[in-house]
Design a protein around this ligand. Structure first.
Ligand code: GZL
Length: 301
């Protein structure tokens, strides 16, 4: 009796076989620039074919870019979602096309059955860490303001919720406005804050270093000295480190953008039909002015 034919050995793909789509959300911040660089550099080093686009922080552009990648028949889509909601339809289309999706950086509200995995930061924890720093900076309590990130983004929502979860009761958030994660949009928000709450504010929680740098320009223009306002920021970019050295920022919660290696490794696993962890959260810390001078030369972004 002839032996049964050997089972078809599933091909083992290498990085050179992989076409990965990265519909980047924008170029709004130094964090985003570093995230883009990490993805592009890793793809180049590994020989991955990268389909990259910039959505200028508009969800409709990201959705169009994902649809174009589905049309093209890419192997994997790695999506850094600008906002949490509105992804179910296009994620379903990718799934129906048999293309696995990795959610990168920020989170989505879509059911986890609609994508393969998430790789990014625990934004709620980042918010809690920021609150713990503000609690230490204002041990006797006080009034603060919040300059938040993009409305509806997992980063802004998580940070705001985590911050409120851990903030001491003797600290009051007088007001919260979005600066959309950009330096330019943070300036008028901070100017208006300083007019409306002159003399009443002890600190400011700012959702990223780019907005902090913008806010500091407005604070300087108002004649306020470094340290008079306790500022807690997020990301840990070179700009944030310099602002700590200059005495403007008192604590900077790390948010790491260098996700390229993890994204490419997970993409290849998915292409080879291997199981992957559904959730990979980046290990992060908090940086302080005392160490900023020494660490600045070592910063990769
Ligand atoms: C956080 C990321 C945020 C950064 C901002 O993971 O999505 O977007 O904190 C960036 O600097 O614009």
């Amino acid at each position: 009796e002839a032996a049964a034919p050997a089972a078809e050995e599933a091909p083992v793909y290498t990085y050179a076989d992989m076409t990965l789509c990265y519909p980047q959300l924008g170029a709004e911040s130094d964090w985003r620039t570093a995230n883009t660089a990490s993805i592009k550099q890793t793809a180049e080093e590994l020989g991955v074919t990268l389909i990259f686009s910039d959505a200028q922080q508009k969800q409709e552009n990201q959705i169009s870019a994902v649809r174009a990648c589905i049309e093209q028949g890419v192997d994997v889509i790695a999506l850094p979602p600008v906002v949490e909601d509105g992804w179910d339809a296009v994620l379903t289309e990718a799934q129906d096309a048999g293309i696995p999706v990795i959610i990168v950086d920020r989170s989505v509200s879509a059911d986890s059955s609609l994508y393969a995995a998430h790789i990014g930061s625990d934004m709620f924890l980042e918010g809690q860490r920021a609150a713990e720093e503000m609690n230490k900076l204002l041990p006797d309590g006080g009034n603060i303001l919040e300059l938040s990130g993009t409305v509806g983004s997992g980063a802004a929502t998580g940070r705001a919720e985590g911050f409120r979860d851990a903030l001491n009761d003797n600290i009051t958030i007088l007001d919260s406005q979005t600066g959309n994660f950009t330096r330019a949009e943070a300036i008028p928000v901070m100017e208006a804050f300083l007019k409306k709450y002159a003399g009443q504010v002890d600190g400011v929680f700012i959702h990223n270093d780019d907005m902090a740098i913008g806010a500091i320009e407005a604070i300087k223009a108002a004649g306020i000295e470094p340290g008079d306002l306790k500022i807690v920021s997020v990301d840990g970019t070179r700009g944030g480190f310099q602002a700590m050295i200059d005495g403007w920022i008192q604590a900077d919660v790390e948010c790491n953008p260098l996700l390229g290696p993890q994204v490419m490794e997970m993409g290849l696993k998915l292409m080879n039909g291997e199981a992957v962890d559904p959730e990979t959260l980046t290990n992060e810390t908090v940086y302080y002015p005392e160490e900023a001078e020494e660490l600045l030369p070592t910063r990769q972004y």
